[in-house]
Design a binder for this molecule. Structure first.
Ligand SMILES: C[S@@+](CC[C@H](N)C(=O)[O-])C[C@H]1O[C@@H](n2cnc3c(N)ncnc32)[C@H](O)[C@@H]1O
Length: 329
């Protein structure tokens, strides 16, 4: 496709956006691109009406120098031509105070995950208010490293081990740890923890994790907390996802085992039972992102089979009012 989308065309793409949800470059994405070009969007922007926001963005677009205009054009072109997620085009994604690198095919951290991660930080801080010794956290299915890195960023005396079976994810997460200057406290290990059979799971998990700790001597079990955002979408639901997700992000990061996509939860609950330190009276120990209300029962059952309890207060709802997290204590 020919590159050369004019700035006037950008303005009209803004106008389309107001009326159509199908146009991928909308106001928030344009604002984000401008910020990436080091153009400051006024803090009063969010107080303005949609029309005023558009006028302001158009003014900023018109003030760009030639180099900036070319970059903006190429980003918009990439976005419109190939469904490529903006985060993969710009290469970064803000997350809980960090600016993380993102790279195909590793999952782009979502706002829902950011929201509950920050809530989880508050719970851990509250639970550990009088503690000065290190807090050890296990992040299963760590992807870009977003959850573990955010916790380590906000709570100084935490050590985090992230585990993922994707070599791409492990490499990216390790780069992110260094970028955030958290690499001395946050480590990532490649491990497929689904390859653990039902029989003698405890022994197998311990053996596999012993291998991890041989290579990662600064972070030892027992852990104080387990956090996880595992793949939880069913194969059927996967077919309905937006092309910008299906064509760019790793299917293995999205689709969970089993007809309902919930096959990771019993395994994670077992691992948590084996690797968590025994400690009572805390608000939460295991934090699991889930796909929605239809998975609540499955996940609470998986947790309870491994000895965790869940109260109504342990079912967290996100800003879009969807059930997003089940906490086990
Ligand atoms: C939904 S993504 C979550 C990534 C990141 N924690 C986040 O919230 O953005 C799930 C992650 O699980 C990893 N994964 C899939 N199957 C796995 C397995 N069998 N063992 C370990 N990790 C696995 C994928 O590579 C992917 O990075």
């Amino acid at each position: 496709m020919k590159v050369g989308l004019g700035i006037r065309r950008i303005s009209s793409s803004l106008t389309w956006t107001a009326n159509s949800r199908n146009v991928p470059v909308d106001r928030s994405e344009l604002r984000w691109m401008l910020e990436k070009l080091s153009i400051n969007v006024a803090s009063t922007y969010f107080d303005k009406s949609e029309a005023e926001q558009e006028t302001e963005l158009n003014k900023l677009v018109n003030s760009l120098n030639m180099r900036q205009k070319h970059r903006l054009e190429s980003w918009i072109h990439a976005r419109l031509a190939s469904h490529r997620p903006l985060q993969y085009i710009l290469g970064t994604q803000p997350f809980a105070g960090l600016d993380l690198f993102v790279r195909k095919p590793t999952l782009i951290p979502r706002w829902e995950t950011e929201e509950w991660t920050l809530r989880c930080v508050k719970v851990i801080e509250k639970n550990e208010v009088s503690r000065s010794s290190p807090i050890n956290i296990l992040d299963l299915c760590s992807g870009s490293g977003c959850i573990g890195l955010a916790i380590a960023h906000h709570i100084p005396h935490t050590n985090v081990l992230g585990v993922d079976n994707s070599v791409h994810a492990i490499k990216l997460a390790s780069v992110n740890a260094r970028r955030a200057n958290l690499h001395s406290r946050v480590k990532f290990m490649q491990l497929d923890f689904l390859r653990i059979s039902d029989t003698d799971a405890a022994a197998q998990i311990t053996t596999r994790f012993t291998h991890v700790f041989d290579n990662c001597s600064s972070i030892f079990p027992p852990f104080d907390y387990v956090v996880s955002n595992p793949p939880y979408i069913s194969f059927q639901e996967y077919g309905t996802l937006d092309p910008s997700v299906r064509e760019w992000e790793d299917r293995a990061a999205l689709v969970g085992p089993g007809e309902d996509g919930a096959g990771f939860y019993p395994v994670i609950a077992q691992i948590a039972r084996i690797l968590l330190a025994s400690k009572k009276d805390t608000e939460g120990r295991v934090f699991l992102e889930i796909g929605g209300k239809e998975q609540v029962e499955l996940v609470t059952n998986a947790l309870s089979d491994s000895g965790f309890s869940t109260t109504p207060a342990d079912i967290w709802v996100d800003l879009a009012k969807n059930i997003r997290v089940v906490v086990g204590r």
